[in-house]
Design a protein around this ligand. Structure first.
Ligand code: FEO
Length: 162
């Protein structure tokens, strides 16, 4: 069984992961409205991954004989100032999620909770991959701007995300 504090912080993390899914899904809808089906599909897959992350924590809490408390998910908010701005919001958001995961790891370390430490290790590696993927998209958008040809090719490529 995990401690009450770890239980609480993990319940909060479920909420953050589901919120991420909500945020990315709303971005996906917006990109779709713009006709950027590939970008939209990439974002939708990202949203799905976030929900899976939340469920992974959900299962861990239950398997640890502890209690899942699902809290209210706030409304996703972002200002649309172009495609690059969307990905910058995603990048900043992911950095917040990374720091939140680090706090879980720090708490587990303080409590010598090896099981939770082992569990969050996967999330730490996942965050490195996610930040890297988004940073790459940003770099390319910055390099090519929002020129139609470049956007067309990127849209096609991002739509192929498995
Ligand atoms: Fe599950 Fe992108 O954090």
């Amino acid at each position: 069984m995990i401690s009450e504090q770890i239980n609480e912080i993990l319940n909060e993390q479920i909420n953050k992961e589901f919120y991420s899914g909500y945020l990315y899904l709303s971005m996906s809808a917006h990109l779709k409205e713009l006709g950027l089906n590939g970008f939209s599909s990439w974002m939708r897959k990202q949203a799905k991954e976030e929900v899976e992350h939340g469920l992974k924590i959900f299962d861990y809490i239950i398997d640890s004989d502890s209690f899942v408390t699902l809290k209210q998910i706030k409304m996703p908010e972002f200002e649309f100032n172009g495609i690059l701005s969307i990905f910058k919001v995603v990048y900043e958001h992911e950095k917040c999620i990374t720091s939140s995961i680090m706090k879980v790891a720090q708490k587990a370390e303080e409590e010598c909770d090896r099981t939770t430490l082992n569990f969050v290790d996967w999330f730490i590696s996942e965050q490195v991959e996610e930040e890297e993927a988004v940073k790459n998209i940003i770099k390319r958008l910055e390099l090519f701007g929002e020129a139609k040809e470049a956007l067309y090719l990127m849209d096609k490529e991002l739509g192929e995300r498995s």
